[in-house]
Design a protein around this ligand. Structure first.
Ligand SMILES: *Cc1c(COP(=O)(O)O)cnc(C)c1O
Length: 424
């Protein structure tokens, strides 16, 4: 009988996978990562993700499990729950959602009947698929009404939200976004929701880190439930989290399990607990404030170089740049920038005349760079790198030479050298 070779470390056991992991590590170290939804987790979070907890089944909740052997899993999940509640000031927390999208579906399952009316920010205006966009389960199993932003200042039009709410009488209103550079007025949303008897649910996937760091107002006091990912500005593992008022606790727990999911990913729960612990520190508070300061500084630098920003600037962690005047699309720019070691994504701008797959804008986020320690003093250089690459992409109709891209990648590497990537 041959013994299974379970012992060798990854580099020996599977060199093919190891080589790809190493490649990704190097890429994350050496490129200017400006994707607004991405970050670098700490070494402690990475270690928790790799823990033996991945071997354990734990369907149910602490103290009420369908499996034995919960000596360590129960206290661990309770710790994550307690830390989440304290961090956000919430009455209830469910730390089991596999990610942001299942967290949103769980809230719908908990609070609505299939076919009920929901309202959310439209995807092309900066909303998320799971806020009722037509291809999402949230737009297929529920009747979705979408609101937008104003043409003149690109802000959410709360008069329109109220008028649509009075007309369609939604049972649930989403307040949240994936590509919106301004703050949300949760109190105003709450008064509209109260007027029509709807649950207000905030989805703070992008801004959770800003909220806990005091750099964005908190929706928690105003909402029936709040959902978030844990891996964006919150700087934890890939995962989801639902916070709610105590009155919805039982319905939300039942919706997550057994409504939607099976066993929780305990290694991710551990990493969430670590991230919540980190996010409760003064250093994280400073980090959250620095993100907003960096985004504002980068906005100033891009405006000074003649770029057009959606809404004219930013109050949070991201900017949307309208590239129409450059003559290249967001997608073409994104592809060219990627060859230059600068990562961001093409993104629709409000009222975009182009198709979503090849939109007019790019989305630029600073959470990852801020995690490396870059401050406002470095945003001038970031803007120069961005501008040099975009200008060359525009001059060459999206095809900068290999030589140009190699030079740019070297410039990016050199620029980032004094700012080590956390955890890697
Ligand atoms: C990223 C995001 C999600 C979904 O998160 P996944 O973890 O990718 O499923 C949900 N809502 C908003 C607003 C987001 O930005």
């Amino acid at each position: 009988m041959t013994e299974p070779a379970f012992d060798p470390p990854l580099p020996e056991a599977d060199p093919e996978v190891w080589r790809l992991v190493q490649g990704e590590d190097a890429r994350q170290r050496e490129s200017l990562r400006l994707i607004a939804s991405e970050n670098y987790v700490s070494r402690a979070v990475l270690q928790a993700c790799a823990a033996s907890l991945t071997n354990k089944y734990a369907e149910g909740y602490p103290g009420r499990r369908y499996y034995e052997g919960m000596d360590f899993i129960d206290p661990l999940e309770s710790l994550a729950i307690d830390r989440a509640k304290a961090l956000f000031g919430a009455e209830h927390a469910n730390v089991q959602p596999y990610s942001g999208s299942p967290a949103n579906l769980a809230v719908l399952l908990a609070l609505l009947q299939p076919g009920d009316v929901t309202m959310g920010l439209a995807l092309p205006a900066g909303g998320h698929l799971t806020h009722g966009w037509k291809v999402s389960a949230t737009g297929i199993y529920y009747r979705s009404v979408q609101y937008g932003v104003r043409r003149d200042d690109h802000r959410i039009d709360l008069d329109e939200v109220r008028a649509l709410a009075l007309q369609h009488r939604p049972k649930l209103i989403w307040a949240g976004h994936s590509a919106y550079p301004r703050q949300l007025d949760f109190a105003a949303f709450a008064s509209i929701a109260a007027e029509v008897g709807a649950h207000l649910v905030a989805d703070i996937a992008h801004i959770a880190g800003l909220v806990v760091g005091g750099a964005h107002p908190s929706p928690v006091p105003h909402c029936a439930a709040v959902t978030t990912t844990t891996h964006k500005t919150l700087r934890g593992p890939r995962g989801g989290l639902i916070l709610s008022k105590a009155e919805h606790a039982a319905a939300i727990d039942k919706a997550v399990f057994p409504g939607l999911q099976g066993g929780p990913h305990n290694h991710t729960t551990a990493a969430k607990a670590v991230a919540f612990g980190e996010a409760a520190t003064p250093a994280f508070r400073a980090y959250a404030q620095q993100i907003v300061a960096n985004a504002k500084a980068l906005a100033e630098q891009l405006l000074a170089r003649g770029y057009t920003l959606v809404s004219g600037g930013t109050d949070n962690h991201l900017l949307l740049v309208d590239l129409t005047a450059t003559g290249i699309s967001g997608r073409v720019a994104g592809t060219a920038l990627s060859r230059c070691g600068i990562e961001l994504n093409g993104n629709a701008i409000p009222f975009d005349p182009r198709k979503p797959f090849d939109p007019s804008g790019i989305r630029v986020g600073v959470p990852a760079l801020t995690s490396r320690g870059l401050g406002t003093a470095q945003m001038n250089d970031v803007a120069t790198l961005l501008h040099d690459a975009i200008a060359e992409a525009a001059r060459t109709a999206g095809n900068p030479s290999d030589e140009f891209c190699t030079t740019m990648r070297a410039r990016v590497r050199e620029f980032l050298a004094p700012w080590p990537a956390p955890g890697l």
